[in-house]
Design a protein around this ligand. Sequence first.
Ligand code: ADP
Ligand code: MG
Length: 449
Amino acid sequence: MIAQTVIAEKTWSAVLGELQLQVPRSTYETWLKNTTGLTLENQILVVSVPNAFTAEWLEKRIFRLVHITAQKVSQKSLQVQFQIENERTSSPEPVLSSSAKDPDPFPGPDPTPNPRYSFDSFVIGSSNDLAYTAAHTVASSPGKSYNPLFIYSGPGLGKTHLLQAIARKCGEQRLKFLYVTSEQFTNDFITSIRQRTTTNFRSRYRSVDVLLMDDVQFLNGKEQTQEGFFHTFNDLHTTNRQVVITSDQPPYTMPSLESRLRSRFAWGLIVDIQQPSLETRIAILQKRAQALRLSVNQDVLTYIAQRVYDNIRSLEGVLNRVALMARMNNTIIDINTAAKALKGLVQDIQRYAKYPEQVLPIVAQIYNIQIEDLLGKKRLKELVAARQLAMYLLHTELEIPVTRVGRLVGGRTHATVIHAVEKITSDLKNNHDLSHRLWRVKQGLTRTP
Ligand code: ADP
Ligand code: MG
């Protein structure tokens, strides 16, 4: 319990630190300074605020920013809920959480797709072309090609964008679609049971041509809701209606869901979105700058794209920040402004780099091996693979010199480290499992205080 509070406090402090860079000082002093992280459980960070005014202001004015920042800081689909301080004892449930439940920009039961998220505005590269093609095919002939379509990737790589693009295209064809996050689904499902309105629930979910379910990983551990989802899914699937599911992990990491849906996946398609290449990142920034009518020099875009590589949301965040800083200081957008805007992110990397030893236990855990074996001399395939991933991460992401990496990972030579870095760099291009593992290690790292 105490540890949990400490984690909540630390996480919220990190979010505050980041917010301080992004909002005017007066906003920070008035609305944010006197807030504290209370608990962090099931990806929900409850934050105490002094009064209802503050809660309301934060909810109305900067909720989306808070949310995005929390996700960026934690590298998870973290949600923030505000709780008024003196109501803490009388109401143990977080209050004012309605919009907090919706990380998506277009909440509500039947959200109209966001015009920003279309197939046209989606930049295609080798990291996402399979997912794009599958989504596009499904939107053009729902229920007739891949059913279900399951898309997974790390955060901020375009899953919601593709789902919304499908929704939009369905709307254009006058098809009945329903876009929901799995949290909305869970709420609907629970409410329908509580209020005995399961018939309504059923007709709402089962009358659609296309069901778009975002972030299914939130059903993890919610057995009854999974059961509800399974029945909904079955009903739709057997009548050739289209189901598209996204998740931050491949289906096999959700055993109970997978075992039930497994036979259905045989008719469907599972695709992932990988980290975008430098060229794709630059293209995304160009497109975004154009949409925002920003005139930014190519060098600046390249500079940003070289430094933010694993999350397009952060990439766009940096561009927004650069634009804001240039506007506030009335200067043009140059490399200097970009460097300043990137400062928070670079500090993050340096923060992990201070404790590179942390990488090793996380890698060991993810490969399910002992740390002694990771550092040892045995040449088993799995051990070698784990060692190489650790060396790659230490060198390329934490920017630790090759010789020091060698020392950290059980005294390997310079040549061994270089070989590992090259091997992983090339394997990451087509080994989905490997990039997923890398992502999980990084997630583990950001969680380590
Ligand atoms: P996810 O749902 O995977 O976490 P999102 O779909 O919310 O990610 O994407 C995060 C941001 O990045 C959004 O603003 C989205 O428009 C943008 N984005 C992601 N992929 C692309 C792409 N290929 N082209 C253009 N924008 C993209
Ligand atoms: Mg999403």
